[in-house]
Design a protein around this ligand. Structure first.
Ligand code: ZN
Length: 456
């Protein structure tokens, strides 16, 4: 970690602070000092520095920025379709629309989705893009430029599908790619964009889509490639009972056993959903330090079931939260995820299944752990990157709620006084300041109309 050689550039004070550090340090009234892209200091009372730009945090709670570990940004322009269907029905309705995605449509969708994430306290997001139509252009480049414009820390996953319907997979043949082309594009993505540095705003991972849309060969070869280049591995796993049935019929084992056979367990791997895990799967995931992106809102939206978060946490697995694609979570609100994670966990497992502070941990340091970045982000501590969310809790919806962390997790989503990413203000007074929000909304509506019209 580099020493903080420069002076303070921003001060936030007068606010409650939940640092989410290992000791769970909190202040009823405290401050944070930012030096460039890093946190210089955090503590109780007023900031001990003067003559520096200051955000008045009175009436607010300061937390680490939220970390989103699973998303499909392109779905921002295919929301509200197949609203009452199962995952497999929903997918087969949407694949023919997704075939029309191109570079410009994805740039618009990603700008809308990333702006919405910023407005819900998210400072780092992953994306899993796996639809690469032949005439689509530079799709990954389009979403990377959108993330740079909005200003979020970005972990795009080069996704893929190579098991079309004619070979026993779920997706139609015109949205799958040949294995060699996928591997070449994966190497290209890593060499063009992956930045392994401490301050990195962009890290690539490789992400074959799911057991029912890719071949075992692609999974195996992607793992070899990812380990050769030192990047992460991501996929969907054990999302629905239909997938369990598919794996039993096709591979004669559970989805988790299949992953183990393919070399897909380890601290460099994280699974989206992991809903239907038996005890043996929980043990092997936890023992191998494989991460889980728990997506409670999407799992509820598609009626998929709910992950065994309490058991995963007790076993010691890294668990973070994800909004999942916007087509199965129309709000894609990062601050709704810890709330829904807590409510579902308690509904299924009783009142002690998840505390409000554990829910906040999942949304921050838990996500950082899943993305392999717990040294850099996920808690407020000197030397870590300055990714912060300042939640306004003095309005009529939250004023008077005794515990600010309970207000944040159990109350309605609060407005944001500020969101800071890498030391830069992305949101101020509940508005994204890096893009013209109204213009983005108009472009999203037009792109949605054009894309759906193309498929009809
Ligand atoms: Zn997903």
């Amino acid at each position: 970690m580099e020493a903080l050689t420069n002076g303070p550039t921003l001060v936030i004070d007068g606010c409650a602070v939940a640092t989410v550090d290992a000791a769970g340090t909190e202040y009823r009234s405290g401050h944070a000092v930012v030096h460039g892209t890093r946190i210089g200091a955090v503590g109780p009372g007023p900031a001990p520095v003067r003559d520096v730009p200051r955000i008045d945090g009175r009436g607010c709670l300061l937390t680490p920025g939220l970390v989103n570990t699973h998303h499909h940004l392109y779905q921002w322009i295919t929301r509200g379709l197949a609203a009452d269907n199962t995952l497999f029905e929903w997918l087969t309705t949407l694949y023919p629309i997704w075939v029309g995605i191109d570079e410009e449509a994805l740039r618009v969708a990603a700008t809308g989705a990333l702006s919405a994430l910023a407005r819900t306290g998210c400072t780092t997001t992953s994306d899993h893009h796996y639809v690469f139509p032949r005439a689509g252009g530079d799709l990954l480049g389009a979403e990377i430029s959108a993330a740079a414009e909005v200003g979020l820390r970005f972990h795009p996953c080069r996704g893929s599908m190579d098991l079309g319907a004619s070979s026993g997979g779920l997706p139609p043949d015109d949205v799958v790619e040949p294995l060699d082309a996928i591997l070449a594009a994966s190497v290209d993505a890593i060499t063009r964009w992956h930045d392994p540095s401490f301050d990195s705003m962009l890290r690539i991972a490789l992400a074959p889509c799911s057991p029912f849309s890719v071949t075992g060969d692609l999974m195996r070869q992607s793992a070899v490639l990812a380990r050769e280049y030192g990047v992460g591995l991501h996929t969907h796993l054990a999302e629905t009972v239909d997938e369990l049935d598919f794996c039993a019929a096709t591979f004669g084992c559970t989805p988790a056993e299949y992953m183990e056979q393919l070399g897909w367990l380890g601290p460099d791997v994280w699974f989206a959903h992991a809903v239907h895990l038996d005890d043996a799967a929980i043990t092997s995931i936890a023992r191998s330090r494989t991460g889980v992106a728990h997506c409670p809102t999407s799992n509820g939206r598609l009626g998929a079931g709910i992950a065994r978060t309490a058991a995963l946490l007790v076993a010691g697995a890294p668990v973070g939260l994800g909004v999942d694609g916007a087509a199965s979570n129309e709000s894609s609100s990062m601050i709704e995820e810890p709330r829904n994670a807590l409510l579902y966990a308690r509904a299924v497992g009783g009142p002690r299944s998840m505390s409000v502070r554990t829910a906040l941990e999942l949304a921050t340091i838990g996500g950082a752990r899943v993305l392999g970045r717990e040294a850099e982000i996920g808690s407020i501590a000197p030397g870590k990157l300055a990714d912060l969310a300042l939640w306004r809790l003095d309005g009529p919806a939250h004023a008077g709620i005794d515990d600010p962390v309970a207000a944040l997790i159990l109350g309605s989503p609060p407005p944001l006084a500020a969101v800071i990413v890498n030391g830069r203000e992305v949101v101020r007074d509940n508005e994204v300041r890096t893009v013209d929000e109204r213009a983005v909304g108009l472009r999203v509506a037009r792109a949605q109309r054009d894309l759906v019209a193309k498929a009809r």
